[in-house]
Design a protein around this ligand. Structure first.
Ligand SMILES: [Zn+2]
Ligand SMILES: [Zn+2]
Length: 330
């Protein structure tokens, strides 16, 4: 027999409410996590040097969209060719180059980030090249000149072929990426003081993706530029709106500090992620996709970097090692 208790005498609706509240308290995470992908990324090149067929370049579109921006442009042609071979795009290669890539965002003018853009420029269509003024100046004055190539730009030496329109970015000021639904913000980075590189924060509606060009750690560069990026994105991380971080790890931990030349190791990336974790709380980074770019393919370094990252991941970020022409949904 059931003995009537105070609980069982409460109206059913009230009991329901109490149970629902208790259940919600137990189940609702502190951070609203949106697991739906917001971006499609096609890596056209993922390595950091040496292999000219596979250098930093990432096509990024809103999930399901066909209109891409290109973050860096080290390798273009081989990346598109392999993407077509893998069934990611229908042929011909020239149509992907001309019609799908709507603009280039260049982190810094080192050749491993711009060579593909320069080599493919005669076959490309008219579009924008975005970057900090320090980067665009090098493109105008050193590469798109008549002695080194041809001036496909709308600035610099005359005559100007005006295929590419230079769009200087102002740090921290978001701009619209023409021909796409995306918005992009630039943050200056220190890449072997005094040389400058850039992090791009790409936004699709309420979701964002953070891409770092080459960068040193603040502790090595005597800089606060990484710290400034972390401060800007910390609220997005805690709100579950940052879908991924693309960041370089060029060398394994054995690389001497004096030979880092403005790059990260697994230990230095860990140090930087801890700075972010101080702002967000450590739990906020658990499961966050961190895509490792720019590993230099010297000896067995790529594997050593991978091993060292996996062995020291106290924040439990989701480490991703991208492959050329293999799509990422983020
Ligand atoms: Zn560089
Ligand atoms: Zn580089």
């Amino acid at each position: 027999m059931n003995t009537p208790s105070a609980f069982s005498r409460l109206p059913l609706a009230v009991i329901g409410c109490l149970l629902l509240t208790a259940t919600l308290r137990a189940q609702t995470p502190a951070i609203p996590v949106n697991t739906e992908p917001a971006f499609t990324v096609i890596p056209l090149g993922v390595r950091g040097g040496l292999d000219e067929s596979n250098l930093s370049s990432y096509m990024v579109a809103a999930k399901g969209g066909q209109d891409y921006i290109c973050l860096d442009a080290g390798t273009i042609y081989t990346g598109i060719k392999l993407s077509v071979d893998n069934g990611l795009f229908p042929p011909p290669i020239s149509a992907i180059l001309r019609n799908r890539i709507k603009g280039y965002f260049i982190s810094h003018p080192h050749l491993d980030h711009v060579a593909g853009l320069i080599i493919s420029s005669p076959d490309d269509s008219a579009k924008n090249i975005y970057g900090l003024p320090s980067c665009l100046t090098v493109l105008k004055e050193k590469y798109f000149t008549w002695e080194s190539w041809a001036n496909f730009g709308d600035d610099g030496e005359k005559p100007q072929l005006k295929k590419y329109h230079y769009v200087p970015m102002e740090p921290g000021k978001e701009l619209f990426a023409a021909g796409t639904p995306l918005f992009v913000q630039a943050f200056p980075l220190s890449h072997g003081n005094p040389y400058e590189s850039t992090a791009f924060l790409v936004r699709n509606g309420g979701n964002s993706l953070l891409y770092f060009g080459d960068t040193g750690a603040d502790s090595v560069e005597h800089s606060t530029r990484m710290q400034a990026v972390w401060q800007a994105v910390a609220p997005l991380v805690t709100a579950g709106k940052l879908k991924a971080i693309f960041i370089e790890v060029s060398f394994p931990n054995e690389q001497p500090v004096k030979s880092l030349f403005g790059h990260l190791t697994p230990a230095l990336l860990q140090q930087e992620l801890q700075t972010l974790a101080h702002l967000t709380g450590a739990g906020a980074l658990k499961g966050l996709p961190v895509v490792i770019t720019h590993r230099k393919p010297v000896g067995n370094q790529e594997e050593a970097i991978r091993r060292q990252l996996l062995a020291n991941n106290p924040l439990q970020v989701k480490l991703i090692f991208p492959q050329q022409a293999h799509r990422l949904d983020l």
